[in-house]
Write a protein that binds this ligand. Sequence first.
Ligand code: SAH
Length: 227
Amino acid sequence: MNRNAEAWGSLVANLIEQKALRTSRVINAMRQVPRFLFLPERSVEYSSIDAPLPLGLGQTVSAPHMVAMMNEALELEVGHQVLEVGAGCGWHAATIGEIVAPKDIPRSERGHVYTMEVVSDLAQLARENIMRHGFGDRVTVIHGDGSLGHADKSPYNRILVTAAAPDVPPPLVKQLKSDGVMVIPIGNVHLFQSLIRVRKDAKGGLTRENLGGVAFVPLVGRFGHNI
Ligand code: SAH
């Protein structure tokens, strides 16, 4: 086993011990889809440090514990249609692809991940990573303003936003299925953000739950921050 793979294995073991990772499907996806495969060359040696890392263009890939926590909070199931806002390098989307569309079940039962990225060079990086690592039939990268969602493939069982929004963008609420779950960081541009889980009930009613303090780069676009 190479050094990166070994270090990744230890990090996943720590996340299990810390209970950031709890359910077997989420644990397996974290094992199967190591972050170093998706990083620019200069960041690879830091891949197994549990912190965000630079992707270039002022953006970052999330810390492994944050991806673990969000994937657990989303209550993902095989077959789910998922929208991610903020593709970055495509790593988080690939971990979800592994959960909702495992290769060992028939194609017709697999879910799909649509991931949106507003920075065109990052959308390109995410697309290349997704193709190179065998997720092309489970994850679709879309270049555009994800604060508007992606109505074409809606409604979604699950929506996650990986950049901090001023509030829940109304188009995302509209594009979430009944009994759907959305996980989204809400707050100021750099500080005082909370990870919020929004549940939509069968009648379209919404409930919000605060999962704790977080630090994400800002969501831009129509329903993002004006920066
Ligand atoms: N999930 C990513 C990390 C996300 S960092 C990964 O696995 O690498 C947040 C990303 O959100 C950045 O790449 C940023 O460019 C993007 N972003 C910010 N506002 C956006 C918007 N309105 N629509 C789509 N992407 C956006």
